[in-house]
Design a protein around this ligand. Structure first.
Ligand SMILES: Cc1cc2nc3c(=O)[nH]c(=O)nc-3n(C[C@H](O)[C@H](O)[C@H](O)COP(=O)(O)O)c2cc1C
Length: 205
């Protein structure tokens, strides 16, 4: 029987080592992909998981275009930094992650208990709110892809204006990140780089 996390103890809720390795410790950024296709159901699962992670006012400003066809790739590739072309050509899917500047239109449904002043504030702050929250959701998206068994290759190396002109000509969505998805060709994965240690990242106050 499915149990909601609130019914589980903190110990029961803690992921086991395998899950932590899949999400964080052993997961690697994909730099090349096998030809194995990705099922549309898996892409749906990624979105269904991503949307449950928190955003301010439950605003959910992230929008996703899954580029899965040769025609789609041909529209995307001219906007890529040269170093990212081979990866996108090899990946069965590349997700264009964008923020919706009109996310506030959905707030009366997504955050119904709030007074109108909250919705007006979100509209006035649509630019920074959409950037902060869609960027958060982009992080959730990468982890959701890993959680559903895929490898992800996030890429900031692209011309956002070109992508937006091609995929979002209406002007209300702006691309923030590309994420190639599939099953990694680990022979192409870069050597692991070091991480900062705990004391360099965190302190107590
Ligand atoms: C926001 C973001 C932008 C990135 N842009 C690129 C990119 O344009 N091209 C590329 O090859 N890798 C890109 N990367 C991949 C990072 O270099 C990689 O995730 C990081 O070095 C960690 O690698 P690891 O997960 O294998 O340890 C990007 C990653 C993120 C999160």
């Amino acid at each position: 029987m499915a149990m909601t996390s609130s019914l589980l103890t903190p110990d029961e809720r803690s992921l086991d080592r395998t899950a932590l390795d899949v999400l964080f410790h052993e997961a690697r950024t994909a730099n090349g992909f096998l030809t194995q296709p990705v099922s549309p159901d898996t892409l749906r699962d990624i979105v269904e998981s991503t949307k449950m992670a928190p955003t301010a006012m439950n605003a959910l400003p992230l929008r996703v275009v899954f580029v899965t066809t040769e025609e789609g790739r041909a529209r995307l590739i001219p906007a890529l930094m040269p170093g990212n072309v081979a990866k996108v050509e090899a990946a069965p899917v590349t997700a264009i992650l964008a923020r919706d500047l009109e996310f506030h239109e959905h707030l009366p449904r997504l955050f119904p208990h709030a007074p109108q002043a909250y919705f007006d504030g979100a509209r006035a702050n649509a630019e920074p709110m959409s950037l902060q929250n869609a960027t958060l959701q982009a992080g959730y998206f990468i982890l959701a892809a890993r959680a559903h068994g895929l490898d992800a290759g996030p890429m900031g190396g692209f011309d956002a204006e070109k992508v937006d002109a091609e995929f979002f000509p209406e002007g209300t969505r702006k691309s923030i990140l590309l994420v190639s998805l599939g099953y990694a060709d680990s022979s192409k994965t870069f050597p692991r780089n070091p991480r900062l240690n705990f004391e360099e990242i965190a302190s107590f106050a």
